[in-house]
Design a protein around this ligand. Structure first.
Ligand SMILES: Cc1cc2nc3c(=O)[nH]c(=O)nc-3n(C[C@H](O)[C@H](O)[C@H](O)COP(=O)(O)OP(=O)(O)OC[C@H]3O[C@@H](n4cnc5c(N)ncnc54)[C@H](O)[C@@H]3O)c2cc1C
Length: 414
């Protein structure tokens, strides 16, 4: 019987272990935490955006970090395959904006617990609180040494995740194991990371989120990237889904030097003329008020002084004293509110780590190392990274599934 040793019980490791067990292997799963799937438990703001309902070719488009490497894995284990499994096990799911799929209960912890139950049901030997210290080969076997002992297997799958959110256990150990066996580690960088900003007003707006805005990033008058969606002001700068997506595009550029300028179009659906007409109507409605109180139907209250300041308009002026030029300055500012980006938060705060074990050294059809027979990789430890929307978890599940079958010695008819 094949004996599969799985290092790390995140999304990828769990799928490896379940799939290998379903295909007849004896499986030992090592996890340094006292629970499995600790990071999974905080995904999607605690709701776990499991996957997306888009086509698998769109998954590749939404994976700027080597999406094509995932082609075979996505053929063998699709979003539908994942959802079929989860539904069969009793998890109800729902679809939201942008095709994102969440558990019906909105509880990532429910998903984590369901996986734990399935691992136990399949007879996987789960070693919690057991940190793996090294992975090596000996006479065609794989040897895993942990804080508690040494284990021998016919195959070993490294699924230790990336370097972000180290409190969840992903501290980069897998890179060290892979490197000690001759693998190349591509530059580790944050992907999907908030930006820091210079202006105090940005920090003061902390907690304010904006929906349906268009955000662009500029360098020396040239537009570098643009994104539509939701953003959030924080005590250090800007975050939220659209900002995270922009970070992925910006950090991928060869030369990315700060400062960069960010422009926020607060009313992207309106032309300048339509917006001007809208402002004129509101000014008519609030004709006896000061201008800062005459824009409350158009903008969140906290944002009004910022817009007026950038437009060079005194917020205390009576609405009926605003000139056409001043009104046009307000329109222009509402469609290009400017702030200065000074950098990103550190890698530890990234949603995903870009870089990792070189895809050139892994067989995409099996996830086996091209350098070391019987050694496999799955999940974020590999040099792949995707946008937000459920694409990263699906990548971990699909690569985990393929590695699980291969490490078990192939598919068994059940
Ligand atoms: C805040 C946040 C929210 C996110 N939300 C989403 C979302 O909603 N949808 C989505 O698709 N993606 C989301 N992601 C990304 C997604 O969580 C990851 O891409 C995914 O978890 C990667 O799975 P993995 O199994 O490769 O790694 P991980 O989930 O990081 O698992 C690796 C496991 O290996 C263990 N480990 C590491 N080293 C050792 C060792 N030496 N010995 C034993 N065990 C070890 C770790 O403790 C950990 O449990 C989010 C990420 C973050 C940080």
């Amino acid at each position: 019987m094949n004996k599969v040793l799985v290092v790390g019980a995140g999304a990828a490791g769990i799928l490896v272990a379940l799939t290998a067990a379903e295909n007849g292997a004896a499986v030992s799963l090592f996890e340094k935490n006292d629970i499995v799937g600790k990071k999974m438990g905080i995904t999607g703001k605690g709701r776990c955006n499991l996957t997306n309902i888009c086509s698998m070719s769109d998954f590749i488009v939404h994976t700027p970090g080597h999406g094509k490497f995932l082609f075979s894995a996505y053929e063998r284990f699709t979003n539908k395959d994942l959802l079929d499994k989860l539904h069969k096990w009793g998890l109800e799911t729902k679809e939201e904006r942008g095709g994102r799929v969440f558990p019906q209960s909105d509880s990532a912890v429910e998903v984590r617990k369901l996986f734990y139950y399935r691992l136990r049901h399949m007879g996987v030997e789960i070693h919690l609180n057991e940190s793996v210290e090294s992975v090596r080969t000996l006479n065609e076997k794989m040897i895993v040494t942990t804080s508690k002992g040494s284990y021998e297997g016919t195959a070993c799958v490294v699924t230790t995740g990336g370097m972000s959110y180290p409190v969840t256990g992903s501290t980069g150990d897998g890179y060290r194991f892979a490197q000690s066996l001759g693998h190349t580690i591509m530059d580790l960088k944050p992907a999907l990371i908030p930006f820091t900003a210079q202006e105090n007003w940005v920090h003061e707006l902390s907690g304010l989120s904006l929906r349906n805005v268009e955000i662009s990033i500029w360098k020396q008058g040239k537009k570098e990237a643009i994104q539509f969606g939701e953003m959030l002001f924080t005590h250090f700068g800007v975050s939220g889904p659209a900002v995270l997506m922009l970070s992925s595009a910006i950090l991928r550029k060869k030369r990315c030097t700060y400062p960069l300028q960010m422009q926020i179009n607060l009313k992207p659906a309106l032309t300048k003329d339509v917006l001007d007409g809208r402002i004129q109507r509101d000014f008519q409605k609030y004709i006896r008020k000061q201008v800062e109180n005459g824009m409350k139907d158009l903008l969140p209250q906290r944002l009004i002084p910022v817009v007026l300041d950038q437009a060079g308009v005194d917020g205390h002026l009576p609405v009926n004293q605003i000139s056409k030029v001043q009104r046009q300055n307000i329109v222009d500012t509402m469609q290009a509110l400017k702030l200065t980006l000074t950098g990103t938060r550190p890698l530890a705060e990234a949603i995903v780590t870009a870089g990792g074990i070189s895809i050139k050294e892994i067989n995409p059809k099996t996830m086996e190392s091209k350098l070391v027979p019987h050694l496999y990789f799955a999940g974020e430890v590999i040099d792949i990274d995707a946008y937000t929307g459920g694409y990263n978890l699906q990548a971990a599940f699909s690569t985990g599934y393929v590695a699980g079958i291969s490490a078990a010695g192939g598919e068994q008819s059940r």
